[in-house]
Design a protein around this ligand. Structure first.
Ligand SMILES: Nc1nc2c(ncn2[C@@H]2O[C@H](COP(=O)(O)OP(=O)(O)O)[C@@H](O)[C@H]2O)c(=O)[nH]1
Ligand SMILES: [Mg+2]
Length: 216
């Protein structure tokens, strides 16, 4: 239980960089394919049921949604991806918005890429990884819905994904919004990025996860 996350509340939503809140303080963004479990992960991390709306209809939100923890700290729900049914123009609009946000946002201190543990590292996940790497962002790959797999399969997938992304500043962690597997460790990583006091100690070593402001 991390009381700081419980204070998160809706701040604003923006369909373009122009509408984002002032680029001050620190923020951590959550990306993921539609239906991967991003809203559920945000809700679980913040100990709130209705913070980020969970939906069974993929691709409904095409906005950056900002949640404020305090005046200096925010969590950002990035537009979901998964483009089977959208036009090329919509896909290009998303690519432009995401690449610009990741490259330009000074207050961005970390990127969480939420993936269904049964379908990790899709094309758009890899695209986010490429942009995050280019922006020198610490990243956390959240393998969610881990409650759908047994322990052996969870470890195996974690290891496969770690091998695929290589050593370095990218942390891979199994998670479940339902069973709360990994909740405290993931809160610990995000709390350290946000500079929250009293961050719980992660059970796994934190590899190059913190950086001193200013980031660039
Ligand atoms: N079993 C299980 N289902 C989950 C988990 N997280 C999300 N879901 C379900 O997956 C669906 C999509 O979740 P949502 O959070 O709306 O995904 P988003 O589109 O990425 O924001 C919903 O039906 C959720 O109830 C999880 O950790 N375990
Ligand atoms: Mg969602």
């Amino acid at each position: 239980m991390h009381p700081d996350f419980q204070r998160a509340h809706f701040l604003t939503a923006a369909a373009a960089l122009a509408g984002t809140p002032p680029d001050q303080g620190r923020e951590v963004a959550f990306a993921g394919r539609s239906n991967a479990g991003k809203s559920s992960a945000l809700n679980a991390l913040c100990h709130q049921h209705g913070l980020a709306r969970t939906s069974k209809t993929p691709g409904r939100t095409q906005q950056l949604v900002f949640f404020e923890i305090d005046a200096e700290r925010r969590l950002v729900d990035l537009p979901g991806y998964g483009f089977a049914r959208v036009s090329v123009a919509v896909k290009q609009g998303w690519q432009r918005l995401m690449s610009h946000y990741l490259a330009r946002r000074q207050s961005l201190r970390g990127l969480v890429i939420v993936m269904d543990i049964r379908h990790p590292l899709g094309e758009s996940d890899r695209q986010m990884l490429t942009w995050g790497t280019a922006a020198e962002l610490p990243m956390l790959l959240l393998l969610t819905k881990a409650d759908k797999l047994g322990r052996g399969a969870i470890r195996q997938t974690e290891a496969q994904v770690r091998r695929a992304v290589g050593a370095g500043p990218i942390v891979v962690h199994a998670f479940s919004a339902t069973s709360r597997l990994g909740l405290e460790q993931v809160q610990g990583h995000i709390a350290s990025w946000l500079g929250l006091a009293g961050a719980p100690v992660a059970s796994k070593p934190v590899q190059n996860m913190t950086r001193d402001p200013p980031r660039r």
